[in-house]
Design a protein around this ligand. Structure first.
Ligand code: PHE
Ligand code: NA
Length: 501
C-alpha cells in the first residue's frame, strides 16, 4: 500500500510555508513601484479592496480544493471532476516555467550578496550588470555561451532546493520556512531602520505615500491593484492546493488564509518603506527628484540598489541584508513552485517522494541552467516571465474559477468543507466575491493585456523569438496539459478515491 500522505506538523508550520511562498521578489521589487505609480497613498484603497474581494477569497478557495481532495493539483481537480483535471496540469506547467527562470534570479542575488562586500560593480552598476556580470549578447536568440559565475551560483540554488525537497514536507519545506521567514523579516526591519536614517529618506516616503486621490477614478489603477494582489499571493495556479493538501484533516483553513493574506501585505508595505527611503537617498545624493530614480524589478534590485549601496553610510550592511533578503524571499517561493511539479509527478506515477524529487528536480535544473545562465539568457527570461504571468497565471486562475463555479458548481461543496474545519465561517459573500467578482476582474485584466500585446507586440525583440517563447510557450502549456490529462492513471495512485485520512 502507498505510504500515508506527508503532512506539516502544525498549522503554524503551514502558515509559515504559505507566507514563504507568497512573500517573494514581487513584494520587494514590484509592490513599491506599483503603489507609487498608481496613486501613492491612495493606492491603499483599491489594494485593500482587491485583497478582500479577490485575493483572500481565492486563497481560501484553493485551500478548500487542496484540503478537501488531499492531492497535488491535477489529482485534486480530477477528484473534484475528471473534466477539470487538465487545469491541474496547466498549473503544473506554469509552475515549471516560472521555476526555471526564477532560480536564475536567485543565483544573481546570491552573487550580489557577496559583491556588496567589495562593491564589485564599480562606479557604473548598470554597465556592470549587463556587461561584465551577465555579458548580455547583442543578438536576441537562444545560445549556449555560458556565464560561468551565474552557472555556478544557479547550480548551487538548485542543489539547495533539491536538498530541501528531499528532506520532505515537514523536515524540508516546513523547517526551511520556519527559519528563513523570521530571518527575512528581521533583516528587512534592519534595512528599513537604516534606510530611514539616510538623508533624503523622507522625500522618498513622501513620493510613495502622498495620496493622489484622482487615481481612484482611473480603471487602470484598479486593474493594477488586482494584478498586484493576484501576483503577490500567487493564487490560481496550484501552489496553495499543493501545500494545503499536506494539512491534517482538522485544520482551521479560513483563519490561516487571513493570516497569510495580511502577512503578505504587511511585508509589502514594509518593503515599500525600505525601498522608497533608499530611493529618496539615491535621489538626494544625485541631486534629482525621486521620480527620476524610481524603478522596479531587475533594474531596481541590480542597478539602483548597488548605486545606493556604494554611496550610503552602512552601505555594505544594507547591501548584504538586501540581497540576502532577495535570496531568502526568492528561495522560499521557489520551493513552493517546484513542489507543485514534484507533487503532481509523484501522484501521477505513484512514486516515492525521493524518486519524484530526483525525477523532477534534475531535469528542471538542467533546463534552467542550459537556457538561462547564458549570455542570451536575459532576453529569454524577460519574454518568458512576461507571457507566463500575463497569459499563464491570469488565464489559468480565470478558467479554474469559472469551471469551479459555473461549470461544476463546486463552490457550495468547498464552502461547506471550509466551514466544517474553520472558525471563521464563509457565507454568501464569499460565494459572490469568489465566484462573481474574481472571474469578472480576471477576465477584464486578461482581455486588456491581450489586446494591448496583440496590438503593440512585445518589446524590441524579433517576432520569431516572441512567438516561440512568449505566445508559443503560453499556448503550448495548455496543449501539453490537455494531453497529460488524457494519460491513464496507474491503479497504485488510486486516483479517484480519497485515501482514508
Ligand atoms: N508571490 C510571489 C511574490 O510576490 C511571486 C511568485 C510568483 C511566487 C509565482 C511563486 C510563484 O513575489
Ligand atoms: Na507576494
Amino acid at each position: 500500500a502507498a505510504a500515508p500522505r506527508e503532512a506539516f506538523s502544525s498549522r503554524t508550520v503551514f502558515i509559515f510555508a504559505a507566507i514563504g511562498s507568497a512573500v517573494g521578489l514581487g513584494n520587494i521589487w514590484r509592490f513599491p513601484y506599483i503603489a507609487y505609480e498608481n496613486g501613492g497613498g491612495a493606492f491603499i484603497i483599491p489594494y485593500l479592496v482587491a485583497l478582500l474581494t479577490a485575493g483572500i477569497p481565492l486563497l481560501m478557495l484553493e485551500y478548500g480544493v487542496g484540503h478537501r481532495f488531499r492531492a497535488s493539483a491535477p489529482l485534486a481537480y480530477r477528484r473534484l471532476h475528471p473534466k477539470t483535471e487538465w487545469i491541474g496540469w496547466w498549473q503544473m506547467g506554469i509552475s515549471f516555467v516560472i521555476a526555471i527562470y526564477y532560480a536564475v534570479i536567485l543565483g544573481w542575488a546570491m552573487l550580489y550578496t557577496f559583491f556588496s562586500i567589495d562593491k564589485a560593480w564599480g562606479t557604473d552598476p548598470g554597465t556592470f550588470f549587463l556587461g561584465d556580470f551577465l555579458q548580455v549578447s547583442e543578438e536576441v536568440t537562444v545560445g549556449f555561451d555560458f556565464v560561468p559565475s551565474v552557472l555556478v551560483a544557479t547550480g548551487v540554488a538548485w542543489l539547495a532546493l533539491l536538498v530541501v525537497l528531499l528532506l520532505g514536507v515537514q523536515n524540508g519545506i516546513g523547517k526551511v520556512n520556519l527559519i528563513l521567514i523570521p530571518l527575512l523579516v528581521l533583516m528587512f526591519l534592519v534595512i528599513v531602520v537604516i534606510a530611514l536614517t539616510l538623508p533624503g529618506a523622507t522625500d522618498g516616503l513622501n513620493a510613495l505615500f502622498t495620496p493622489n486621490w484622482a487615481a481612484l477614478g482611473d480603471s487602470a489603477v484598479w486593474v493594477a491593484a488586482y494584478g498586484q494582489i493576484f501576483f503577490s499571493l500567487s493564487v490560481g495556479f496550484g501552489i496553495m492546493i499543493t501545500y494545503s493538501s499536506y494539512l491534517k484533516p482538522k485544520t482551521d483553513l479560513t483563519s490561516s488564509g487571513l493570516v497569510v493574506g495580511f502577512g503578505n501585505s504587511s511585508f509589502e508595505i514594509l518593503a515599500g518603506i525600505g525601498v522608497f527611503a533608499a530611493l529618496g537617498f539615491m535621489a538626494s545624493a544625485a541631486g534629482t527628484a525621486v521620480d527620476e530614480v524610481a524603478t522596479s524589478g531587475i533594474g531596481l534590485a541590480f542597478i539602483a540598489f548597488p548605486t545606493i549601496i556604494s554611496q550610503a553610510p552602512f552601505g555594505t550592511l544594507i547591501g548584504v541584508l538586501f540581497f540576502a533578503s532577495l535570496t531568502f524571499a526568492g528561495f522560499t517561493s521557489l520551493v513552493s513552485i517546484v513542489e507543485v511539479v514534484v507533487a503532481a509527478v509523484q501522484d501521477k506515477l505513484g512514486l516515492r517522494r525521493r524518486t519524484a524529487v530526483i525525477a523532477v528536480g534534475v531535469p528542471m535544473a538542467i533546463i534552467s541552467l542550459g537556457l538561462f545562465t547564458t549570455t542570451t539568457g536575459l532576453n529569454l527570461l524577460d519574454v518568458t516571465d512576461n507571457f507566463v504571468n500575463q497569459f499563464g497565471i491570469v488565464a489559468a486562475a480565470l478558467v479554474s474559477v469559472m469551471l469551479l463555479t459555473a461549470g461544476f458548481s463546486a463552490l457550495p461543496t468547498l464552502r461547506d468543507h471550509l466551514n466544517s474545519v474553520s472558525s471563521f465561517k464563509l457565507g454568501r459573500t464569499w460565494m459572490v466575491v469568489a465566484g462573481g467578482i474574481t472571474p469578472i476582474v480576471l477576465g477584464y485584466i486578461l482581455i486588456d493585456t491581450l489586446t494591448t500585446t496583440v496590438a503593440e507586440g512585445y518589446g524590441e525583440m524579433p517576432t520569431w523569438f516572441v512567438n516561440t517563447f512568449g505566445w508559443g510557450m503560453a499556448i503550448g502549456l495548455v496543449v501539453i496539459a490537455y494531453v497529460l490529462s488524457k494519460l491513464p492513471w496507474p491503479a497504485a495512485s488510486r486516483a479517484n478515491e480519497l485515501s482514508p485520512s
